[in-house]
Design a protein around this ligand. Structure first.
Ligand code: ADP
Ligand code: MG
Ligand code: ZN
Length: 508
């Protein structure tokens, strides 16, 4: 008998409909699988036959042909195990499923018939045509992802036999209807260090407040042990909450990055990601791609922060690859089979020493590096990359005397309130535009929204001239000044806002 089973395959972040067509007939027993399967899919026959045997059914005495259509799309991974198993069971007449056409199957099988979670179920759930009667059938460990898409109807099961039992019985009482995102954005977790415990460093704290308020990229430069890493780690505590839309966007990427077979409960990403890839990270690890087209750290940081500690230690090619997402908010990976576009709109943060020995900017200790070595160190970070970093601050070492009694500073929670207020001004400003923050706006908007008086504009132009800013540098200056004015809830950008923004341009 011929049967067609509906399923989906991932292509980057997109979920593409795939039919698993199974034809089982009498004849010399055999099995043929066509339609561009990868190795994991090719091996699924072994898993499927064994899983089916574990539920007491036999499907091996047939001549079975399986076609995965569309035939020109490369099918990857183990998610087709479940549709293949169901296809073999119905086409050999072992089971009978009423209204088979309304189900969409996704899931990996183990040899003993357990249903194991697969990656990207949220993408599938979001792609499923609405209005039409479709029911997603998935492993129970993937049900959180399905439950996030409001109105979606789904069935989840732990084993193949449970799945068969539900479907043969008509399934009506096992269908869940997704409630959508019920859990809202959460306040920053207590494991994040608090700015209250950072002694001194008021300039750096202020710079990070401005960066968080406008989603500006930032760079901290200072001696080893000055507290650069510490301050950056405090940053998540002052970032604004994510909107529901942002939570879904980010969770979808994380769902695609989930390791197959990882049965740990999947949680939606409720607070802004703060990703800290190690400097030995490869190109694929950072920007994504590879044989399985997985998202990289830059995409996992979508709507959050990508923090690169010890920036000059990163491979230069890898850093250059970040320029594309920093401009476009997305990464495209080209393949013979087409181009995959990963969302990657993040705030880039970085920290570095000023020179190989680390003390070039230290008032107390002498730098022992040769000028040539210092120059080469600086050159590991290209001009175009530095040009895209709006906020560059030097981190002076805190005087030991300041630690006496460890005077506390302002808490992260109270800084965060100002950041959130500045973000809501931006939210109103950008309604109806594609932008979400000051850092993202176009140069035309940067000029229009600055609302500078003529005198202020003359000041901005002459300062940019003196500092040899590029055109991009000039507009980035206006954007930072816009954020500073937003933090003090002022309509127009004024000279003090520009002066502060200019102080953040020291390094390039
Ligand atoms: N201003 C500060 N207030 C409190 N602790 C500090 C401060 N600066 C540095 N430290 C302490 O020094 C340690 C080293 O700081 P770190 O951020 O790793 O330095 P860097 O990254 O600049 O080399 C931190 O773990 C922190 O405990
Ligand atoms: Mg450090
Ligand atoms: Zn040095």
């Amino acid at each position: 008998m011929f049967r067609r089973i509906r399923s989906y395959c991932l292509f980057g972040i997109k979920a593409v409909p795939v039919s698993v067509e199974v034809d089982a007939s009498q004849g010399l027993p055999g099995f043929t699988l066509v339609g561009l399967p990868d190795n994991a899919v090719r091996e699924s026959r072994e898993r499927v036959v064994s899983a089916i045997r574990s539920v007491g059914k036999v499907v091996t005495g047939f001549r079975t042909t399986v076609n995965l259509s569309p035939a020109d799309l490369r099918k990857e991974g183990s998610a087709l195990d479940l549709p293949l198993a169901i296809g073999m069971l119905v086409s050999t007449g072992e089971i009978e499923i009423p209204k088979l056409d309304r189900y969409v199957f996704i899931g990996e099988l183990s040899l003993d018939g357990l249903l194991k979670p697969v990656r990207g179920v949220l993408s599938v759930a979001m792609s499923l045509p609405r209005g039409q009667e479709s029911i997603l059938v998935i492993p129970k460990a993937n049900s959180t992802e399905a439950s996030l898409v409001e109105g979606l109807r789904y069935i989840s099961a732990d084993t193949l036999s449970e799945c068969i039992e539900i479907l043969e019985g008509g399934a009506e009482c096992s269908i869940s209807v997704a409630k959508g995102l019920t859990q809202k954005s959460v306040p920053p977790s207590s494991s994040i260090p608090d700015f209250r415990n950072v002694v001194g460093m008021s300039g750096v704290k202020r710079a990070l407040e401005v960066a968080a308020a406008g989603a500006h990229n930032f760079l901290l430069v200072g001696s080893p042990g000055a507290g650069k890493t510490l301050c950056a780690r405090c940053l998540p505590g002052i970032l604004p909450e994510m909107t529901d839309e942002e939570i879904l966007e980010t969770t979808r990427i994380h769902s695609c990055a989930r390791r197959a077979g990882d049965s740990e409960a999947f949680k939606p990403v409720l607070s802004r990601p703060f990703r800290t890839p190690h400097h030995s990270a490869s190109m694929v690890a950072l920007v994504g791609g590879g044989a399985r087209l997985l998202p990289g750290e830059a995409s996992l940081a979508h709507n959050g922060v990508l923090f690169l500690d010890e920036l000059p230690e990163f491979n230069r090619g890898v850093l250059e690859a970040l320029r594309e997402p920093m401009e476009d908010g997305a990464i495209s990976v080209s393949r013979a089979s087409g181009t995959v576009v990963w969302p990657a709109r993040f705030m880039m943060g970085a920290a570095m020493n000023p020179c190989p020995c680390g003390f070039a900017m230290d008032p107390k200790r002498a730098c022992t590096c040769l000028p040539d070595a210092r120059k080469r160190y600086r050159e590991r970070i290209s001009g175009p990359l530095l040009d895209r970093i709006d906020i560059q601050v030097s981190v002076p070492p805190v005087e030991a005397g300041q630690f006496v009694g460890r005077p506390g500073g302002e808490s992260s929670a109270s800084i965060r309130e100002r950041v959130c207020a500045a973000r809501s001004i931006q939210h109103r400003r950008f309604s109806g535009t594609p932008f979400k923050s000051n850092a993202e706006m176009s140069s035309e908007c940067a000029h229009r929204f600055a609302m500078m008086s003529q005198a202020t504009e003359r000041f901005a132009v002459s300062a940019a001239d003196k500092m040899n800013l590029s055109a991009r540098g000039y507009y980035r200056l206006l954007k930072v000044a816009r954020t500073i004015a937003d933090l003090r809830k002022n309509e127009s950008v004024e000279i003090p806002d520009l002066s502060e923004a200019l102080r953040y341009k020291t390094y390039s």
